[in-house]
Design a protein around this ligand. Structure first.
Ligand code: ZN
Length: 137
């Protein structure tokens, strides 16, 4: 089995933001030369997440609105005693920091309305990392 590891970095410009990384992930799969296997997309961060959903501006705003509604920044969170970003930690804990996709015939399998996004929930940040690991043959 082959293992191909790649780390991407990017910066975010807003407190809450969705950044489409679909084509970056697909390029890494191409680069890897792996035809069949799995692709892990992982954000090594406690206040960001990785999700797969539709790249439509209304929906992208809806997703961020829902996150803000469910995890209000001014909630009575204990973590806010030492940091002001408990809401981002909670949302990241619930949404998860990774997604795994099947790779078949050299291509990532995803639904037509499934793009891959980094969800920034405590930006702006100058240095967000995304680990992409492709396993297979
Ligand atoms: Zn914190």
């Amino acid at each position: 089995m082959k293992v191909y590891f790649k780390e991407l970095t990017l910066n975010t410009s807003k407190l809450y933001q969705l950044i489409d990384i679909t084509y970056d992930v697909e390029n890494v799969i191409k680069e890897s030369g792996i035809k069949n296997g799995l692709c892990l997309v992982f954000a090594p961060h406690a206040t960001a997440s990785i999700i797969a959903n539709e790249h439509e501006s209304g929906l992208m705003n809806d997703i961020l609105t829902k996150i803000k509604e469910d995890f209000p920044r001014n909630g009575r969170w204990l973590h806010n005693r030492i940091d002001d970003n408990a809401a981002a930690h909670l949302a990241s804990a619930m949404l998860g920091s990774s997604r795994i996709f099947p790779v078949k015939d050299g291509k990532l399998i995803r639904g037509t309305w499934q793009n891959i996004f980094l969800v920034e929930m405590d930006g702006p940040r100058g240095y967000r990392r995304i680990i992409i690991e492709v396993l297979g043959e």
